[in-house]
Each structure stands twice: as structure tokens, then as C-alpha cells.
Design a protein around this ligand. Sequence first.
Ligand code: 8OZ
Length: 363
Amino acid sequence: MTRTPSLFDPVEIGALKLSNRIVMAPLTRNRAGPGDVPSALAVEYYRQRATAGLIVSEGSQISQQGQGYESTPGIYTAAQVEGWKPITRAVHDAGGRIVIQLWHVGRVSHVSLQPGGAAPVAPSAIRAETKTYLKGGFADVSEPRALETGEIAGIVADYAAAAKNAIEAGFDGVEIHGANGYLIDQFLCDGTNRRTDAYGGSPENRTRFLAEVLAAVTDTIGAGRTGLRLSPASPANGISDSNRQVTFNAAADVVGRFGLAFVHVVEGATGGARDFIPDFDFAEIRRRAKAPYIANNGYDKALAEAAIAGGRADLVAFGRPFISNPDLVERLRRGAPLAPLNRDTLYGGGAHGYTDYPPLENA
Ligand code: 8OZ
């Protein structure tokens, strides 16, 4: 007889042995140092949260071209790899596991962040209705240019190189950021992909870039250390698609060919309504992806326990609650109250609102 699984039970996903099923979701905090090297403060920030079964790091650009916001960390220079090493060591010493989120923003960027002040790149030259965060505060993103077909292989290679760097930096694996209106999502969705080459048109063609990235990364570090995040029903960063279920079923079919460690799904509008597209069938995505399923978006303890106990999800990721509750796992275990989030300290700044949220026993 098997017991009903709980959030607090260990689990193995791919090559990763996790002490519980609570995942810290990727959270952009814009506190990297010069050269977009993670700061010493980040070591303490991640150490404080290492009781999560798995930490997914903040989105980390795979190249300068892949950066869309001020002071987000990278994983493409030697100095950045060195900067991540004390973080992965601290998390491991505390008994945790950590993967890095590999990020290319595509059109969600600004010329001031791009190599040589160039236009950001995208599947098609369609500007996003969204803002980025720069030194001076929030600003409109820049007009992108459409990638030449011949440039795409270089970006795929950047993902593979970043994955190799991640393992060198001591990460347990990677999460490929395929969500929230960034480059992979821009290829998947027909509102942002008007290409007439092999990367546009049919759902199969629009999944080609994702398939090539998955192939390159899994060939480099193994499918058991590779996960993917998708947001099939989210309008984040102005993304749109004429038939999301068809598009993301096709994407999930691609995922299912690779035997990934996990698929991490933002259910609904990112950080917003879970029922943004009321009839979207996330279970169909899970079936087709054939990978351990991390559910995310607006979960509390009751909803998370129900998802795990009911077999609807294998793990549950919490984002904002992990910012203000470094010991979120212990608080959920005890049913203790959660500390509120200070929204003024989300992006940029120093220790305040970053490493100074106390655990329960000091609160
Ligand atoms: C908030 C601010 C900037 C970036 C995402 C990486 O939505 C992000 C992000 C979130 O996935």
C-alpha cells in the first residue's frame, strides 16, 4: 500500500535527489555586481532559502544579447562562473539543491543593454508592449530586429555553452526559461512569430527553436539535469497566440521526446489570475511532456497539498512567498503565518528586502 504523497516527502526527479517537493521559483532581483557577476549578498540570500527541495535561480542571461534588465546575473563569462561557485557551495553545504535558470529575453530588452547598443533580437520585428527595468527605473523596451535564419544556431550554441558553464559553477542542473514572453515563448507563439522560414508558421515549425535548444542542452549536460519552464496561458510581456492549447500541446510533445528532469508550468497569468484562460488544460501539457511536473502560480499550502495528494502535480513552486519567508518550508510544515512581501525592495538595491527577512524563530 502506498501512502498519499505530501509536499514534505523526498522525491527524485531525473538526476536530482530532493529532500522535499517544495521548489523556490526563479525570482529576478536585479542585484548583480559589475560584469553581471552575482554578488556576495546573493550567497547569503540563497543559503537562507536552501531548505527548499529545489531552488531555481533567478533568470540568468546566456549572453549579453540575452539580457533585458539592469543587473541581472549572467552565466557566460569566467567571472560570472566564479561568482556562482560560492552560491552553489553554500546551498549544497546546507543540504539543498540548485539549478540555474537559463534566460534569453529576445525582444524584451533595451538598446542600452545590448552589445554595441544594437537592437534586441526576436523571431519577428514586433515591439513588445511591456517595460524593462534600467538604472533610471522602468522604461519601454526597444524595437527589435528579426533574427536571420543563419543566426539561430549561434543562440542555440549559447544555451549549450551556458549549460556547460552551469555545471562548472556547481549547479545541479538547469531550467531553460521557455516562459513569460521571452525568446523561446516568442518563437512558440504566433503573435510574435511571423517567420516564413522553418522556424515559423505551423505549430511544429514554431517549436523548432525550443527543440534545438533542448537537444543542445541535453546533449551537453544530460536530460536528467535539464528542466524547462513554460507559461502556456500567460500574457506576460505582451505575448499572444491564436490557439494556445494547440501551440502548447505541440511544445509539450517536443518536451516529451527528451525525458527531462522536470517541466515547470506557470498555471495562468504569471503572478496573476490562475484562470486567465479558464478552460486551458494543463493536465494535457503534463501528459504530453512526460516529465515530473512542477506546478506554479498562486499556490498556498492548502492548494499545494491538494495538488500533490491528488496526483495533479509532483512538486509545487512558490515565488513571492520565498522572498519574505526564507524558511518557507518550515513555516508551511508548521502551518505558521507567512511574512508579507515588501514590493518596494523587489528590484535592485542591497540587503534590505533581500537578506534581512528573518526566519520564524527570530521574527
Ligand atoms: C520580473 C521582473 C523581471 C523579469 C520573468 C524573469 O517574468 C522574469 C522577470 C520577472 O520570468
